[in-house]
Design a protein around this ligand. Structure first.
Ligand SMILES: *[C@@H]1O[C@H](CO)[C@@H](O)[C@H](O)[C@H]1NC(C)=O
Ligand SMILES: *[C@@H]1O[C@H](CO)[C@@H](O)[C@H](O)[C@H]1NC(C)=O
Length: 289
């Protein structure tokens, strides 16, 4: 998310935190609209959501979480979606905020979406990686999951790991483990930057732009203030994300990640020497997964 966007959201955040783990029930029970509620809707049994782009429509979780798995099935805006961005991310509030992002940059009809990922640790972003997808994300629902524990953050698309951010805190590299984050999803007009650096504008004759969501699940630890920092990291059966199998990707998952990186990665901040004037961020010289 752009910093200003995050700030606007910080102001809009409300909601109450509870303790311990949970499996959240439905979108209707666990989320509420923060913008655009007038024509976006929660459908059926409360498990389906439509966001319609007017200026910005958005939804956010009532609760904040620290560690766990945040899952959503999303069908992206079909047709001419150039200039729209569907965002799905976790974010804390305040100055040194943490954030873990999935953003889907729309495109002209028939042209591929870009999946933009980023992570902010204690207010510091600039860690973008971008990917193309190996399927058409507008023709059906696909599973976009963020898995976050004290050792690593993993972004999954249909259970394929596409990116890992490992904890190198012991080497002075910030890691998001000091505060809870809420889940947000929004559909916004980003035609000032999203499509070819702002050259392609939203074609409002293609409106309405609709992104559909289904089956939000937070199998995660509820944030209940600083006490959660230790409670959410105790390796109990309830804190399933602390199990050793989630400390590192399996060999099979590493092979999948490598396949995605080799074939679908289109931007990696770690190789952007020009942007960082040769001072590539320190985590880039460590094993990435
Ligand atoms: C849109 O498609 C073009 C052509 O395939 C591609 O170069 C461009 O990166 C895409 N834009 C986005 C925002 O994904
Ligand atoms: C979505 O992907 C996650 C991560 O692989 C997985 O744990 C979860 O079961 C998947 N959910 C659905 C509905 O397929």
């Amino acid at each position: 998310m752009a910093g200003s966007q995050a700030l606007v959201m910080a102001v809009l955040v409300m909601g109450i935190a509870f303790h311990s783990t949970l499996i959240d029930a439905t979108i209707a029970k666990s989320m509420y609209f923060n913008w655009g509620a007038h024509h976006s809707s929660i459908l059926g049994n409360g498990d389906d959501l439509r966001l319609v782009l007017d200026q910005t429509s958005g939804i956010q979780s009532k609760r904040a979480f620290l560690f766990g798995s945040i899952e959503m099935l999303i069908k992206l805006v079909p047709g001419n979606s150039a200039g729209t961005v569907t965002a799905y991310y976790l974010s804390s509030t305040g100055a040194k905020h943490d954030e873990i992002d999935f953003e889907f940059l729309g495109n002209s009809t028939g042209e591929p979406y870009t999946v933009h990922t980023n992570i902010y640790t204690q207010g510091q972003g600039n860690k973008e990686q971008q990917f193309k997808l190996w399927f058409d994300p507008t023709s059906g629902y696909h599973n976009y999951t963020i898995h976050w524990n004290p050792t690593q953050v993993v972004w999954y698309v249909d259970s394929m790991p596409i990116r890992v951010f490992r904890n190198y805190e012991s080497e002075g590299i910030a890691y998001p483990n000091q505060q809870g984050m809420r889940v947000y999803s929004s559909l916004w007009n980003a035609d000032n930057w999203a499509t070819r650096g702002g050259l392609v504008k939203i074609d409002w004759t293609s409106a309405p732009f609709v992104a559909s969501y289904r089956r939000f699940r937070a199998r995660a630890c509820k944030w209940n203030g600083p006490v959660s920092i230790s409670l959410c990291a105790i390796p109990t059966p309830g804190n399933w994300w602390m199990s050793p199998v989630y400390k590192q990707l399996s060999n099979g998952q590493q092979a999948q990640l490598k396949w995605v990186r080799d074939n679908y990665m289109i931007y990696n901040y770690c190789t952007d020497f020009k942007r960082f004037k040769g001072q590539i961020p320190p985590e880039c010289s460590k094993p990435q997964f």
